[in-house]
Design a protein around this ligand. Structure first.
Ligand code: SF4
Length: 162
């Protein structure tokens, strides 16, 4: 059978990984592994921060952990928690037949396990915990049985093979 006759898995990916210069500073994340996968995977790139109306470039946002997790842009003191939760709900409900996710390591939006939670919005504020970004958390909650990884962890051969 010709290679192109195989069904390709559908994978949602953080758009800044090999697809678009949409990071807060206008950068793109290089990933040789994702580059290779493009031949074999049907990627669905999405940038949660652009989708909630933050432009490129933009002032960075961070997660403040108080009585709940808050997504704050310290430079403007605007809060984007509800915008992100609403986008996550709408987007994740709209997709179907998805086989997995590749998410940006440590992002306050797309991160899965390593995102820093800060005590407050002040520069130099202490990191009091690490966990998922707000969009990443919604992905983990909604699709507990799918393959969901960060591009950072996929640099580790053992994790990647698993
Ligand atoms: S980590 Fe997610 S929200 Fe941030 S730039 Fe990349 S795709 Fe956009």
């Amino acid at each position: 059978m010709n290679n192109k006759n195989f069904l390709k898995p559908k994978v949602v990916i953080s758009k800044c990984i090999e697809f678009e210069h949409c990071r807060w500073n206008g950068n793109i994340i290089k990933s040789n592994f994702v580059k290779v996968l493009k031949t074999y995977v049907e990627f669905h790139p999405v940038c949660a921060e652009v989708e909630i109306g933050l432009g490129v470039p933009r002032e960075p946002i961070k997660i403040i952990k108080s009585e709940r997790l808050k997504l704050i842009q310290p430079a403007t003191m605007r809060e984007y928690t509800k915008n992100m939760e609403k986008f996550a709900e709408t987007f994740l409900t709209s997709i179907s037949d998805i086989d997995g996710f590749i998410m940006k390591f440590k992002s306050p939006s797309c991160g899965l396990y390593e995102t820093k939670y800060y005590y407050d919005e002040k520069p130099g504020s202490a990191v009091i915990e690490k966990g998922a970004g707000l969009f990443g958390k919604a992905v983990l909650d909604k699709f507990p049985n799918l393959s969901i990884e960060t591009e950072g962890r996929l640099m580790n051969l053992r994790i990647r093979e698993h």
